[in-house]
Design a protein around this ligand. Structure first.
Ligand code: ADP
Ligand code: MG
Ligand code: ZN
Length: 417
């Protein structure tokens, strides 16, 4: 054990050049070195690749990594090669000759990490050939691609469930950034055939102060919140295009540099507003959920939800756009029961099967639970994702405990504004 530990740290330092593990990496690494299956859930950028790359080197033999995109495979292989590690990818973006040459090196034992697309891996001849090699670990990256309800569903991922019979003694790792319970359950069922050791870490964004206010007059409340933060960059989410337009116009009327963003605007207009928001300081983006994917602006100081978002995952994603620089930032949500009823109706009116509606309703209820909690909000939020934590000291409940206000959440909400 001591020996294994020192090997682990030696590989971390010497092969990867890192001084220490990041939060959450070590328990995942340990599980895989010990030969246990694991589902690892960490946000984007947290360092999930290392969690399977390092055990692959410690265990010795050949590690297989499944990835959904050629570009992702090539990026990881390039980074590993740069570090002097024997990694290769076989995929359809290479000529047959190149793939064959790589495969010869794999068979000779010259490759430690082999990246494959799911369809390559699951081809019967490939599986049969790999079963004759000393496979030490199989990692499924972007494992949420197995979820049929996700945006990134890959039919090829469904077949990966057969791996546990093809390689019964090889530890299997699934890694993803998805925070969603239903998706995780799908990963467990389809890939592992049931429950599996699950490690969740790194979702906390401690510099973002969480506040939920009772919604009374949303426009007036938003104006007050914005005026309290003069000259700062912020994002205001509203539920509809109409409300986006209204809020942006009203803020402009107050002299705030507010810009609208929603899917009803032309591509050129949206691009121009996004560009201004990214390039300049003190711009307030008033937007529907259409805004934010891949937005990387480090000094967004606040995110205001003028209406209740659709789920706790959506809320988490959206507030995560604040405070990327680590400086104190605010997430303020206006919470009204009327909004919740509207959301419930949206779900009911959707054109989809009952099971899906049931799951979406549960996701919405989790958000309601977060809004109405009388204990630390961050604990509720992280707990929903499966990450344990203590009271945070940086949410409205921690800062002004309900017993000092009023015992009942309804009464508390009623006097908040
Ligand atoms: P993810 O897949 O979770 O989005 P990556 O595996 O691509 O994240 O890692 C993100 C970045 O973090 C990479 O540049 C990687 O080199 C770096 N990284 C990973 N682990 C560590 C560590 N223990 N110390 C420092 N940097 C790390
Ligand atoms: Mg990754
Ligand atoms: Zn708290």
């Amino acid at each position: 054990q001591i020996d294994q530990d020192s090997r682990k740290f030696a590989v971390l330092r010497e092969a990867f050049g890192f001084a220490a593990f990041r939060a959450g990496q070590e328990p995942i690494v340990d599980a895989l070195i010990d030969g246990r299956n694991v589902l690892a859930i960490m946000p984007t950028g947290a360092g999930k690749s290392l969690c399977y790359q390092l055990p692959a080197l410690v265990r010795g033999g050949l590690a297989i990594v499944v990835s959904p995109l050629i570009a992702l495979m090539d990026d990881q292989v390039a980074a590993l090669k740069l570090a002097g590690l024997a990694a290769e990818a076989i995929h359809s973006g290479k000529t047959r000759e190149v793939n064959v040459a790589i495969w010869r090196r794999v068979v000779r034992g010259a490759v430690r990490l082999l990246y494959l697309s799911p369809e390559r891996l699951m081809a019967p001849r490939m599986l049969a050939a790999l079963r004759r090699l000393p496979v030490c670990l199989i990692a499924i990256d972007e494992a949420h691609c197995i979820s049929q309800w996700g945006h990134s569903f890959r039919a090829d991922y469904l077949g990966l469930g057969a791996l546990r019979e093809a390689f019964p003694d090889v530890p299997l790792a699934a890694v993803t950034a998805t925070a969603d319970r239903a998706t995780r359950d799908e990963i467990c069922d389809r890939l592992f055939g049931g429950a599996v050791e699950t490690i969740v870490c790194g979702f906390d964004r401690p510099n973002i102060r969480l506040t939920v206010l009772a919604k009374s007059n949303a426009q007036r409340q938003i104006e007050r919140l914005v005026r309290e933060r003069p000259g700062e960059s912020g994002i205001i989410y509203r539920i509809s295009r109409r409300k986006v337009e209204e809020t942006a116009a009203a803020l402009q009327g107050l002299g705030v540099r507010a810009l609208p963003y929603h899917a009803g605007m032309s591509v050129a207009e949206r691009a121009a507003n996004q560009e201004t928001f990214l390039a300049e300081a003190g711009v307030v983006m008033v937007a529907t959920v259409a805004f934010g994917m891949g937005i990387d602006k480090s000094n967004v100081r606040y995110v205001i939800h003028g209406d209740v978002p659709g789920s706790l995952e959506a809320y988490y994603q959206e507030i995560g756009r604040a405070g990327r620089d680590g400086a104190p930032s605010d997430a303020v949500m206006l919470y009204g029961r009327e909004d919740v009823r509207t959301r419930r109706r949206f779900i009911e009116e959707q054109d989809c099967d009952e099971e899906r509606k049931r799951i979406e309703a549960l996701r919405l209820e989790a958000l309601v639970g977060f809004c109405e909690t009388t204990s630390c909000r961050r604990q509720v939020l992280l707990g929903y994702f499966g990450e344990a934590s203590g009271p945070c000291g940086n949410c409205d409940i921690c800062l002004v405990p309900p017993q000092f206000v009023d015992a009942t959440p309804a009464a508390r909400l009623a006097i908040d504004m």
